[in-house]
Design a protein around this ligand. Sequence first.
Ligand code: NPG
Length: 368
Amino acid sequence: MRLERAHLIHVDLPLVSPFETSFSVQTHRSLLLLRVETDQGVGWGECVAMADPLYSPEFLSAADQVITQFLLPRLAGVDLTAARVGHLLAPVRGHRMAKAAVEMAVLDAELRGANMSLAAYLGAVHDRVPSGVSVGIMPKVDELVAAVGGYLDEGYQRIKLKIKPGWDVEPVRTVRREFGDIPLQVDANAAYTKADLPRLKALDEFGLLLIEQPLEDEDLTEHAYLAARLTTPVCLDESIVSAKSAADAIALGACSIVNIKAGRVGGYLEARRVHDVCAANGVPVWCGGMLETGIGRAANMALAALPNFRLVGDTSASARFFTTDIITEPFVLQDGHISVPTGPGLGVEVDEAALASVTTARSELTFA
Ligand code: NPG
């Protein structure tokens, strides 16, 4: 397969309601889509970086630049397969979310050409995945209770509460009191330090499924310290950037569960390797979310259908974030689950006219 042309398409979509985490309040999702044209057809990728470098060092305008200037040129003139992309891009350090978008677009084009679904390619064993939801920090606990109640009524199978110092024990206690023994977990996005052990220990009484990324990304030994002192299982997100870092974190005792986001680890093929290394160590994984459009959501459903995805993921319906995901057909919740796409490639069709109506910037690159 030869790369002929690429389009980088910046999009802005309003969110149904503000989404507050310990690091930001989002009211819109700005995102970057990548459309590649090859001699065997078109493929789509989605870059999960945010507009600002607050979740990770990556951000959208830098992703555009690194894709344009350093990543795509390395694929030009090469006999391309998705399996080769990681190797071809390896000399460029970091920029995993940008690399993941490139690999995803190549994967989509290749699999469409081969008439194979991403789920089949990755080794999926389920045709639908249970759907969990991530609930942001709210101005008041009452609003949180109303939001959680609404999601449970819709059929979501597990609730994740975003926490930060000052918004942790009380919201968790209230949600437990209101909704009883629901599958419940919390996500701190690295908002705590080791000195917060007593506060984090206070969460142990609520029987949470896990606490996600309590400490800084690089604090593996501190996570191990915490994990040895909490009964709540520690799950890592931001700290896990590759299969190797997953293996190291597990060996150190820094986590007993891993959140896999393909963008964070450099692509769906590395995500599968993270899955495999965790499976080999008896560590269950679940699929994270990055407010993706239907393009990224489609790929996440395929990934989440692998066998070691034993916990419910942030594999929500499109309507959780977007009034209308006009870019692809929306993913809908049926009986608390989302169907894994079966069509070739990502298995979703992009409505290019609708896409044009939400596009804020677009550039084109041509390769010889
Ligand atoms: O379901 O798409 C989703 C959102 C899940 O909370 C979620 N994502 O920290 O995991 C996270 C958070 C996030 C969203 C992080 C966007 C970075 C960007």
